[in-house]
Design a protein. Structure first.
Length: 165
């Protein structure tokens, strides 16, 4: 089950919003809230408010549809900042000219989900370790064959100079 929250027409550029959203992607909700609380960006407060809204959406929908949702088991599945409409503005310039500039707007969307386990149930731990059979051992290089080849080259006898009489 996924739970969404969306904030439209946020007065921040999407590029700056993505910097904050990349900090919380894939994290547990509790860790994401702590990260946003201590992030020194203006948009972090707005993203934190949006994350709390998504958590409340999860609580509300779980009560309405009588689905058992563990809020501690939720994580940020997706965090997107898209372009909104751009506001074109004009700034006065020297000699009666005018310079145009653009104020950007972002649409921010968060998606929360419960982390599934390998056995089909929902996990309570964030990072499940991969199974021992799925991890491959790194291939070893054959250093001995190369050392033998270089040793043979060095041991070749030198040519004798012709002796003049």
């Amino acid at each position: 089950m996924e739970f969404r929250a969306k904030a439209c027409f946020v007065r921040v550029s999407p590029q700056k919003a993505r910097l904050v959203l990349d900090l919380i992607k894939g994290r547990k909700v509790e860790d994401a809230l702590n990260t946003l609380a201590f992030t020194n960006k203006r948009v972090a407060a707005r993203v934190e408010k949006l994350l709390r809204s998504a958590i409340e959406n999860a609580n509300y929908l779980s009560a309405e549809k009588s689905i058992d949702v563990d809020v501690d088991n939720l994580y940020v599945k997706q965090a997107i900042a898209n372009d909104g409409p751009r506001m074109k503005r004009i700034r006065p310039a020297p000699m009666g000219r005018a310079f145009r500039y653009v104020r950007r707007i972002a649409h921010i969307e968060l998606t929360l989900a419960e982390r599934p386990r390998k056995d089909g149930n929902l996990a309570t731990v964030v990072g499940d370790a991969p199974s021992a059979g799925s991890v491959k051992a790194p291939a070893k290089k054959k250093a001995g064959a190369k050392a033998v080849a270089t040793a043979k080259k060095k041991s070749a006898p030198a040519k004798k100079k012709a002796v003049r009489k």
